[in-house]
Unconditional design. Structure first.
Length: 211
C-alpha cells in the first residue's frame, strides 16, 4: 500500500486517487478538476470533502437510474457485443463516467460473460474553459467481463487495444484511450449500431483465423 507523505496527516493513496477521479470525472462540469488540482498541490481540505460528497451523491443517483433502466430494458445483444446508451442521463457528469459505469456492471448477473460490453454517453458540446463546439458525438467506453478477460489473456479472444481502434476506423471514429480490457472512442451520434457491427465482424474474422 502506498502512502502520500507530502501532507499531514499522511494519506493512503488508493482512496485519494479514487477521490481525484470522482472530482475530475463526475465533477468535470462542476468545478471538480480545479478542486482536484488544489488537492494535489495543497492536500485534502474541507472544500474537497464537501464537493466529493456532493458528487458521490449525484453519481449514485445517476448510476442507480441507469442500472434500473438496463435491468428493465436489458442490454442490446449482438453476436459478440452487449451494449446500451445512457444518452444524456449522466449529465452534468463528464463522459468518463460511462467507463466507470461499465466497469461497475461488468461482472453483474445480467451481463453475458462471453460478450464485450459497450456503453454510449452523449458528448456535451460545451468544454469548461474552452467554450462551445458544434460536434454531435457520443463517447463510447468498453470493458470486458472477467471470464472474457481470461480468454483475452490466453490469446483466445482479441483485446480491446486492437479491436476498438480497428472498429472506430471503419466508422470515422476517433480513439480516446485503449488497453486490452478497457477502451474508449468518440463516434458520431447515430452510428452506435454501426461500430458494434464493425466490432462483431472483426471478432468473428479474428476467431476464424486463430484468435
Amino acid at each position: 500500500e502506498y502512502v502520500l507523505t507530502r501532507f499531514s496527516p499522511e494519506s493512503p493513496l488508493k482512496p485519494l486517487a479514487k477521490a481525484l477521479t470522482t472530482l475530475g470525472a463526475a465533477g468535470y462540469a462542476m468545478g471538480g478538476p480545479e478542486i482536484g488540482v488544489r488537492t494535489c498541490l495543497a492536500g485534502p481540505s474541507q472544500e474537497q470533502a464537501h464537493k466529493l460528497s456532493e458528487l458521490e451523491d449525484i453519481k449514485k443517483q445517476r448510476f442507480e437510474t441507469a442500472l434500473k433502466f438496463i435491468r428493465d430494458e436489458g442490454l442490446i445483444a449482438s453476436q459478440h457485443t452487449q451494449w446500451f446508451c445512457v444518452e444524456d442521463r449522466f449529465a452534468p457528469m463528464g463522459v468518463k463516467m460511462i467507463g466507470e459505469f461499465c466497469m461497475e456492471i461488468r461482472n453483474s448477473s445480467f451481463v453475458d460473460p462471453a460478450r464485450y460490453i459497450a456503453g454510449f454517453q452523449d458528448m456535451p458540446t460545451e468544454i469548461p474553459g474552452l467554450g462551445e463546439f458544434s460536434w454531435d458525438l457520443v463517447k463510447m467506453s468498453m470493458r470486458v467481463p472477467a471470464p472474457l478477460e481470461e480468454k483475452i489473456i490466453a490469446g483466445d479472444m482479441p483485446g480491446l487495444s486492437w479491436l476498438l481502434p480497428e472498429a472506430a476506423g471503419k466508422v470515422n471514429g476517433s480513439i480516446d484511450a485503449c488497453h486490452d480490457y478497457a477502451a474508449a472512442a468518440l463516434v458520431e451520434r447515430g452510428r452506435e449500431a454501426d461500430i458494434v457491427k464493425a466490432l462483431d465482424e472483426l471478432v468473428s474474422n479474428r476467431i476464424a483465423h486463430g484468435g
